[in-house]
Design a binder for this molecule. Structure first.
Ligand SMILES: [Fe+2]
Length: 480
C-alpha cells in the first residue's frame, strides 16, 4: 500500500513526509483520501501529516485547475524597467486550505499576529501585553485584540468583546473617549489603552487605536512617463454589456495621441458576467457559457494596442473559487488570451515602474455598507479608507464575502501601497487617503435588474488613470 501511494504522488510531483504516509495508510479508506488530495487544485507540494489530517476531516471541493507553483512573495524591486510588472504578493499557486476549523483558527491567528506587529510600533501602545497578563496588572493596561462582538449600549457607550491568542475581555468605551474610527466591526484588530474597573471584570478604555496607515506625502515624482489605466467590471456576456462605450474606448486607445502614454491597463475583476451569480441572471445573459464569455472578452481585448500590458484579476463573477483570496484565472481561460497578458489573484500587490499597487475586486464593500453607518455603494473611496484604517480589505467573516481558511491572511494590508484600486460597485471615483491614491474603476454594464432592486446606480464607461511619474489622476469618459 505504501509503495502504491508513494508512486501515485510521485507521478504528480508531490513529496510525502514519512509521518504523512503512516497517517494515510492507517486511514479507513486511504486511496479515497489520496484521490481527494490529487483532485484539489491547491494541494501542497510537500504533503505533511497535518495536511493528511485536514483532508481526512474535510472533503475539498472540485475547483478549476490552478497553477501548482510557489506563492509569489518576492520583495519589490526599486528600479523596474518600463513595461515590467512584478507580482509581489498573490495567493495563486500558494493555497494551503482544505476548509476545516483548524484552518480558520490559523487564518485569524495570522491576522491577529500581523496586525499586532503593526500596532506594536505605535507610541501609545508601547509596552503592550497579552490580555491574560493585562488581567493580572489591572491598571494602565495596553493590549491588542480581535473584535468578537461590538455593540452600543442604551446610553450611547460602546461595549466590545476582544480576544487574543489565549484569553478574552470586555472593553467599555465611554461616549467621548478618543477613538480612531466611529464604528467597530466584528473580526477587526484593535489596540486598547485603559484600566480595569473596580471589580476587575471590564476594561474601561481611555483610547482605542486602529492599525491605520501612516500619514505620508504621497507619490513623489520618479521620472516615469507611463500611465496606468483601470478598466473594471466589464461583464462580457451580459445583455447589459455596453459594447458601444467599449468600442469608443478601444478606438480612442488606437487613434488618439492622448492615449499614447498608456502603458498598462489593470482590470480588477468581473471580467465576464459568469453564470448563476444572482437570482434571475439567466434572463440577462447574452452568452450562456462562461468559456464563450471569456472567448468574447479575448476578442474584445485583442483590439487594444499591443504596446499596452494588460493585467487581469478575477472578481466574484469570474471562473475561480468565490472564497477570497481568489487565485488567478485557470490555465484553460488564460490560454485564450495573448501570451503577454498578466494574470493575477484577488487581492494582489504589484510593483509597476517603482510604484506599489494594491488591487482588490471589492466584494467586502457590501459587508462594510451593511455594518458601518454612513457608508454607501455610491462612495467607494470612503469604504476604501475604512479598509486602510483597519489595514484589512475584508475583516468581517460570515456575511456576504466568503473567506478561504488559508494559513496566512492575504487580505491584511501589511504593506502601504502608493495606489489602491477596487471595482465591484460599478462606480467611478478617485480620491486620496494619507498620501495613498484611491481609485474605483467604473464598469462596462448598465443597470441590471438585481441592481435596480437594490437601488444601485452604476456610473459606467469611465476609465480612471494615473500618471505613474507624477501621481496625477484623472478620468476619461466613454459613456457617450
Ligand atoms: Fe461587477
Amino acid at each position: 500500500m505504501k509503495n502504491r501511494i508513494l508512486k501515485v504522488f510521485a507521478q504528480k510531483g508531490i513529496l510525502v513526509d514519512p509521518d504523512a504516509l503512516d497517517a494515510l495508510t492507517k486511514a479507513p479508506d486511504a486511496m479515497k483520501c489520496v484521490n481527494h488530495i490529487l483532485d484539489d487544485p491547491d494541494r501542497p507540494l510537500i504533503l505533511t501529516k497535518d495536511d493528511v489530517e485536514n483532508y481526512l476531516t474535510c472533503q475539498p471541493k472540485a475547483r478549476p485547475k490552478a497553477r501548482a507553483e510557489e506563492p509569489k512573495t518576492e520583495p519589490p524591486a526599486a528600479d523596474l524597467m518600463p513595461g515590467e510588472v512584478k507580482v509581489v504578493k498573490d495567493i495563486t499557486g500558494g493555497s494551503t486550505c482544505v476548509g476545516n476549523v483548524i484552518d480558520f483558527a490559523k487564518l485569524f491567528n495570522d491576522r491577529y499576529l500581523t496586525l499586532r506587529k503593526l500596532l506594536q510600533k505605535r507610541r501609545e501602545l508601547s509596552g503592550l501585553v497579552s490580555i491574560s497578563k493585562a488581567k493580572k496588572v489591572q491598571r494602565d493596561v495596553r493590549f491588542v485584540g480581535i473584535v468578537n462582538d461590538a455593540r452600543e449600549t442604551k446610553n450611547g457607550h460602546t461595549m466590545l468583546e476582544l480576544e487574543d491568542e489565549d484569553d478574552k475581555v470586555q472593553v467599555l468605551l465611554m461616549k467621548g473617549v478618543k477613538r480612531s474610527a466611529d464604528y467597530y466591526i466584528n473580526d477587526e484588530v484593535l489596540g486598547v489603552v485603559g484600566s480595569f474597573s473596580r471589580d476587575g471584570d471590564i476594561v474601561v478604555a481611555k483610547e482605542i487605536i486602529h492599525p491605520d496607515v501612516p500619514v505620508n506625502s504621497g507619490m513623489t515624482p520618479n521620472g516615469s512617463r507611463s500611465v496606468l489605466a483601470f478598466v473594471s467590471d466589464i461583464h462580457v456576456g451580459s445583455t447589459e454589456f455596453l459594447s458601444e462605450g467599449w468600442n469608443r474606448f478601444v478606438s480612442w486607445l488606437n487613434k488618439d495621441p492622448a492615449a499614447e502614454e498608456i502603458r498598462y491597463i489593470l482590470m480588477p475583476g468581473d471580467l465576464v458576467d459568469g453564470i448563476g451569480i444572482y437570482p434571475g441572471q439567466e434572463d440577462e445573459l447574452l452568452i450562456e457559457d462562461i468559456y464563450d464569455q471569456y472567448q468574447e472578452l479575448a476578442k474584445l481585448v485583442s483590439n487594444i494596442p499591443k504596446r499596452i500590458k494588460i493585467i487581469m484579476m478575477p472578481g466574484n463573477h469570474d471562473a475561480v473559487r468565490l472564497a477570497e483570496p481568489q487565485p488567478a484565472l485557470p490555465k484553460e481561460v488564460e490560454s485564450m488570451f495573448d501570451p503577454g497578458t498578466i494574470f493575477v489573484g484577488n487581492p494582489c500587490y504589484l510593483e509597476i515602474e517603482g510604484r506599489s499597487v494594491l488591487a482588490y475586486h471589492g466584494r467586502s464593500m457590501d459587508d462594510f455598507v451593511g455594518n458601518v453607518r454612513n457608508l454607501s455603494h455610491s462612495r467607494p473611496e470612503e469604504i476604501m479608507k475604512e479598509m486602510l484604517r483597519r489595514r484589512h480589505m475584508a475583516p468581517i467573516y460570515g456575511e456576504r464575502t466568503a473567506l478561504a481558511p488559508e494559513q496566512k491572511d492575504y487580505l491584511v494590508i501589511d504593506k502601504v501601497p502608493d495606489i489602491f484600486v477596487t471595482g465591484h460597485v460599478h462606480v467611478c471615483s478617485i480620491g486620496e487617503y494619507r498620501g495613498i491614491k484611491l481609485i474605483n474603476a467604473s464598469a462596462w454594464q448598465s443597470q441590471t435588474g438585481y441592481q435596480r432592486m437594490h437601488n444601485q446606480i452604476p456610473d459606467p464607461c469611465k476609465v480612471p488613470m494615473i500618471d505613474l511619474g507624477s501621481g496625477k489622476m484623472w478620468v476619461e469618459d466613454f459613456s457617450s
